[in-house]
Design a protein around this ligand. Structure first.
Ligand code: HEM
Length: 412
């Protein structure tokens, strides 16, 4: 075994042991990191420690909606270290837009915005509905027992993002397989074995997109890659920036939306009266999407780094201090959402959730994700009104991405 491997294994083991010990000692943030099936009591415990508390895991933590919102819009915080270095940790998305501070972030985001113009939502409606109907036809043809995640949820987001970014049809299966290998990257700290398979899949992705980029150069189309290649040629974007963007966008656009579909269908099945409300009035699917984003959001937590000393809630954060924003906890802050434990698709204060973050990193794909989930709920509920759970769900086991790995259902 190489010494770097031994060192990394030891580092990861140490971290996992520490998290386990601190969770057993009652630290609520350590409990969150141990990815329990139900993290919501731990979020309440975080809030009970005050609007901002310091975890022995050497990070500040908040589940307070007002404070979280304020930090996300505060220019004194970034996503890198104050000197511009990557945050040292095992794995993350440091080379993508999500891992960049201004001015690089501003430049890349400005170039990407046209691809996610909300007008594409309307352009896609007919096709999205057709995809969902075709999937349901297939499910019924096979007898009506199916796994929501593999037979339904992932198809629509993969097709939409594949088109927008410019992944050719014949490469989508390979892209999907590689994505599945890379998803632990979204889950924060992982085991050594996972880090090895993630890196292998990242190499595979780089190769795949390297090839697609060359194809698009020879034969430009209506997609993001074709639109961005001239920017590389004129020098305002580097290839080293374009490739991570190509890899990150499809991942950010599928792994999250898939879980918005799964989490919402689960919540609706557990609240049959609200399921029936959507069946009778499919327009209510929009409220169901918004409420799922509040009640059980696919991205539970993200973090910021102080770039200068910051006074906050009676304490001073030092330069390079880390602050974990527990968005899923803030989404249940009773000061903003009355009776926050209640799933209610008719809530009115739904636009205040932090499911898509806030400030300069506010999710670029938010309108698209909402639209996809809305179409998915509507088609499933109207075509399969008697849908029921056909076995236990299996969770993904991540403290960042909340979603289901298996969700067995029966159409009637
Ligand atoms: C339910 C689905 C989704 C959820 C819950 C979600 C959530 C988020 C969150 C929380 C952030 C910001 C994290 C932070 O502030 O540190 C983010 C950023 C981002 N999301 Fe999404 N997302 C979803 C779907 C999508 C889709 C469909 C796309 C693209 C098609 C997308 C593209 C992005 C991009 C590019 C960023 C980075 C923006 C920046 O750094 O300026 N997301 N997303």
């Amino acid at each position: 075994m190489e010494s770097s491997e031994r060192q990394l294994r030891a580092q990861m083991r140490f971290f996992h042991d520490l998290v386990r010990k601190l969770a057993a000692d009652g630290d609520p943030y350590a409990k969150v990191l141990s990815a329990p099936d139900n993290p919501y009591p731990a979020y309440e415990a975080i809030r009970a420690r005050g609007v901002l508390y310091h975890s022995p895991l050497n990070t500040w933590v908040t589940a307070d909606h007002e404070l979280a919102n304020q930090v996300l819009r505060d220019k004194r915080f970034g996503v890198r270290m104050a000197n511009g270095d990557k945050v040292p940790e095992f794995m993350n998305f440091d080379n993508s837009m999500l891992g960049l501070d201004p001015p690089d972030h501003t430049r890349l985001r400005r170039m990407t915005v046209p691809t996610f113009n909300p007008r594409i939502v309307e352009r896609w409606r007919g096709r999205a509905e057709a995809i969902c109907h075709r999937l349901i036809d297939d499910i019924l043809a096979k007898g009506g027992r199916f796994d929501l995640m593999t037979s339904f949820a992932h198809h629509l987001p993969t097709a939409v993002i594949g088109d927008l970014v410019g992944i050719p049809e014949e490469d989508r299966e390979q892209f999907h397989l590689l994505s599945r290998e890379i998803t632990p990257l979204l889950d924060g700290v992982v085991t050594y074995e996972k880090s090895v398979s993630v890196h292998a899949a990242l190499d595979g992705m780089a190769e795949l997109f390297g090839r697609i980029v060359e194809q698009r150069r020879a034969d430009p189309r209506e997609d993001m890659i074709s639109r961005m290649l001239p920017l590389v040629d004129e020098g305002s974007l580097t290839m080293a920036e374009l490739l991570p963007l190509c890899m990150f966008l499809p991942l950010a656009g599928t792994e999250t939306t898939v879980n918005l579909i799964g989490n919402g269908i689960l919540a609706l099945l557990r609240h049959p009266e609200q399921w029936r409300m959507v069946a009778e009035d499919p327009e209510l699917a929009q409220g169901a999407v918004n409420e799922t984003l509040r009640y059980d959001p696919p991205v539970q937590t993200y973090r910021r780094i102080a770039h200068e000393p910051v006074e906050l809630a009676g304490v001073t954060l030092a330069v390079d201090d880390e602050l974990a924003i527990v968005a899923a906890g803030a989404n249940r802050d009773p000061k903003v959402f009355p009776d926050p434990e209640r799933f209610d698709i008719t809530r009115s204060s739904r636009n205040d959730t932090l499911a898509f973050s806030a400030g300069i990193h506010y999710c670029l794909g938010a309108p698209l994700a909402k639209f996809e989930a809305e179409v998915a709920y509507q088609t499933l509920i109207t075509r399969l009104p008697d849908l029921r759970q056909a076995g236990p769900v299996r969770r993904r086991g991540s403290f960042i991405i909340r979603g289901l790995q298996e969700f067995p259902l029966s159409a009637g």
